[in-house]
Design a binder for this molecule. Structure first.
Ligand SMILES: Nc1nc2c(ncn2[C@@H]2O[C@H](COP(=O)(O)OP(=O)(O)OP(=O)(O)O)[C@@H](O)[C@H]2O)c(=O)[nH]1
Ligand code: SF4
Ligand SMILES: [Mg+2]
Length: 438
């Protein structure tokens, strides 16, 4: 099932409420960049709630419900208000739009409706080009648990902050991906997981992402066959039907690519986790920026936890070394760890951010970082994707993810005409890509 084909029930329903003429439809238009709602300066333009299903980056499938302003008087107004009230019942995330200078009982009433239904809330002060929102009220709203943003929707200002606030307020059920790979394999089908066992592997156990992948297959009524890279060929040969998917640690990428029949989709744990813990499509598009790196550019390598690498560290040594060779000149490489991440101004200095697999990170936090990069126009990708890129098997490793492949082609097309530097080496040596989900 594609994301756009997600059933209505699985979409996050975002209800837009507010008085007539405050700019609800303008805000929706700004975020979709399509004129799905009619904007007019006549109060009461939107009569029935307008539904707009969309893929909201980086949150996923959502349904915006643009309601009619409900401070109407008169018969028509009552009818419209009744329809608008029904929208509360199906709203997962409530957005109250207020014009920057106006706040009254009406706004308090909407917030009470949200609170009574325990609907997480974003308050948007719009038209900030005309008036300044009252700071004390913003503070009180924040203290009360609302996310508060300032926008000038008709000018496209604050729209990314609005997206960030939607992400921050969205209920966990919608933010956390339900599955790691079960959806790619399907009930009754088999995935082969390739787990190298060498001195880098922990003694006597598997690492958490591998364990989670096995559990996820079982929860999906699928089957897992776990092998070392040496046994892969023999294991596939014994099967009466090909597996639906082969997943490998990036360390064995090239051997696994060689030993997996071309018609069997193959990827890495790190790429699965880019999707599970973040937004694969954004990070695939971000990887295309590698081709544009030039000598002297600054890049940021972000790891979520401080692990103790055995041998050469993937983030500190191998990726910087390979990128330097690829670019054919010096790069300025900064590192951050744990909860450290540059603020927006500092972030803007980077040409590329490369994030670790984020196996101990939560998705909301990772999506927040992806959003922050997006806001600054800085591409972000991850270890597993950089490794696949460096090995020349990027497309092969993305075969199971058509939407991500599409994003890659789109990113390439945008760059068409700009010369890409020739790779100077064949990529990271096969055994150099240590356990990327460290
Ligand atoms: N100056 C200014 N005007 C805005 C802004 N946002 C919207 N407007 C204008 O305000 C008017 C009303 O905008 P709409 O988006 O139709 O408002 P609405 O809340 O959907 O109105 P109803 O559907 O009638 O409830 C339009 O003329 C917009 O161009 C803003 O940030 N600044
Ligand atoms: S991939 Fe996992 S183990 Fe490695 S730095 Fe990131 S969160 Fe930590
Ligand atoms: Mg409207």
């Amino acid at each position: 099932m594609t994301m756009m084909g997600a059933p209505k029930g699985m979409r996050l329903h975002i209800g837009l409420f507010g008085r007539r003429n405050v700019g609800k439809s303008s805000l929706l238009n700004a975020i979709t960049r399509q004129d799905v709602s009619i904007v007019s300066d006549q109060a009461g333009t939107t009569t029935d709630p307008v539904e707009k299903p969309m893929e909201l980056l980086p949150l996923g499938p959502v349904l915006f419900i643009d309601t009619a302003g409900i401070d109407d008087v008169g018969a028509l107004g009552e009818l419209r208000a009744a329809r608008t009230l029904q929208v509360f019942e199906r709203t997962d995330l409530g957005v109250l739009v207020a014009a920057a200078g106006e706040w009254g009982d009406f706004e308090d009433m909407i917030l009470e409706e949200f609170a009574a239904r325990q609907i997480p809330t974003v308050v948007v002060f719009n038209k900030v080009d005309l008036a300044t929102p009252p700071g004390a009220r913003e503070e009180r709203l924040r203290e009360g648990g609302c996310k508060v943003v300032r926008t000038a929707a008709s000018l496209g200002r604050g729209v990314l902050d609005f997206r960030q606030a939607l992400l921050a307020a969205a209920p966990a059920d919608f933010v956390d991906n339900p599955t790691i790979l079960g959806d790619l394999v399907g009930p009754g089908e088999l995935a082969v997981l390739v787990v190298p066992i060498d001195k880098e592997a922990p003694r006597g156990r598997l690492i958490l992402p591998q364990v989670q992948a096995i559990r996820d297959l079982m929860d999906s009524d699928a089957m897992a066959l776990v092998v070392k890279e040496r046994e892969l060929k023999e294991a596939i040969a014994r099967l009466t039907r090909p597996p639906r998917l082969v997943v490998t640690d990036s360390q064995a990428f090239l051997k696994v690519a060689a030993d997996t029949p071309p018609d069997v989709p193959m990827t890495s744990f790190s790429i699965l986790f880019a999707r599970f813990k973040g937004d694969l499509t954004s990070q695939v598009a971000g990887a295309q920026a590698i081709e544009e790196l030039r000598s002297g550019d600054r890049i940021l390598i972000a790891e979520h936890c401080s692990h103790h690498p055995i041998g050469e560290d993937i983030g500190r040594v191998k990726i910087p070394r390979w990128l330097t060779q690829y670019v054919g000149g010096k790069l300025e490489v900064d590192h951050v760890q744990g909860h450290d991440f540059p603020d927006p101004d500092a972030l803007a200095a980077y040409r590329l951010v490369i994030h670790c697999g984020g196996c101990t990170f939560n998705r909301r936090a990772m999506l927040g970082r992806i959003m922050r990069c997006r806001q600054q126009g800085v591409p972000i990708t991850n270890y597993g994707l950089v490794i696949a890129f460096s090995l020349g098997i990027f497309e092969r490793a993305l075969q199971p993810f058509p939407a991500a492949l599409e994003a890659m082609h789109a990113a390439r097309a945008r760059r068409a005409g700009q010369p890409a530097p020739e790779p100077v080496t064949a990529g990271l040596p096969e055994n150099a890509a240590v356990d990327d989900l460290c």
